[in-house]
Design a protein around this ligand. Structure first.
Ligand code: 13P
Ligand code: ZN
Ligand code: NA
Length: 284
């Protein structure tokens, strides 16, 4: 059933496996990733971007979440991805989202810290969790992020942020980027180990699409217990639709439900493959 984020991540963090945090953007993708979690007996973090919240509406989105998770037996949780807007944070927390990523990485660290303290207090009042970020992750994903390589803060600054704000999860910049990588990324995996050694909380690995199985395994073994995937799912969704439509056009057969079924199956398969790769399959 619906489970707090801290609870979803505690086993994975101590046992060094990871839970996929998948960005969904409509009813089909939400239903498909939940079905993959059930099929693979895996915990799952469902994420929504601010763009998705605004396009569907938090009321409709949350109603879908409630309806589709009713009676579900694997642990699942609803998370608001990169959100710089305090009003949207408040709206989602009131609605029932289980956690939020307050993304004030574009603000000076001092101001980010001051506001993150407020967001943590607000989230706690709703029994929700907070992910924190002090370095803007490179690459633009649903309008969030920066095209300029993120500047890493000193470890001491990151630790002060973590101790002061008491966030539950931390999202560091380690050479990772949103979107597909133009060249193979060189990651600063040691930074994850340093952070976890100094302040042991689950680390969120952003920009998951495009990393190698080996990179996932290494980072997960160092404490990345939440692995964010967005672009790969969008790509699967779009390509699956395209393939179906090409055939439909050839045959002049126009049946939307069979298209949805085909696309759903591809999304279920992608989500399931992530659960098996990250080691969360069979852990529900
Ligand atoms: P990708 O789009 O590279 O998978 O990144 C996802 C992400 O970090 C969402 O916050
Ligand atoms: Zn991200
Ligand atoms: Na990526």
């Amino acid at each position: 059933g619906v489970t707090p984020l801290t609870q979803i991540l505690s086993g994975p963090f101590t046992e060094r496996y990871a839970v996929p945090a998948i960005n969904v953007f409509n009813d089909l993708t939400l239903e498909a990733v939940l079905a993959a979690a059930v099929e693979n007996q895996s915990p799952l973090i469902v994420q929504t971007s601010v763009k998705t919240v605004k396009s569907i509406g938090s009321d409709v989105l949350y109603a879908m979440w409630t309806a589709m998770t009713a009676g579900i037996e694997v642990p699942v949780t609803l998370h608001l991805d990169h959100c710089p807007e305090r009003e949207v944070i408040t709206e989602c927390l009131r609605r029932g989202w289980n956690s939020v990523l307050f993304d004030a990485s574009k603000l000076p660290v001092e101001e980010n810290m001051r506001q993150t303290v407020e967001v943590v207090a607000e989230a706690r009042a709703h029994g929700a969790a907070v992910e924190g970020e002090i370095e803007s992750i490179t690459g633009v994903e649903d309008g969030i992020g920066s095209d300029i390589a993120a500047e890493q803060q000193d470890l001491a600054v990151a630790l002060e942020f973590l101790r002061t704000t008491q966030v539950d999860v931390f999202a560091p910049a380690i050479g990772n980027a949103h979107g597909s990588y133009k060249q193979a990324p060189v990651l600063d995996a040691q930074r994850v180990s340093d952070l976890v050694a100094a302040y042991p909380i689950p680390i969120a690995l952003h920009g998951g699409s495009g990393l190698s199985d080996e990179q996932f395994r290494d980072l997960i073994s160092r404490g990345c217990a939440k692995v964010n995937i967005s672009t790969a799912l969008k790509e699967t969704f779009m390509k699956s639709n395209l393939a179906f439509l090409e055939t439909a056009a050839e045959r002049q057969k126009w049946d939307p439900p069979s298209q949805f079924r085909a696309v759903r199956q591809d999304v279920v398969e992608l989500a399931g493959s992530l659960m098996r790769l990250f080691g969360s399959a069979g852990r529900a």
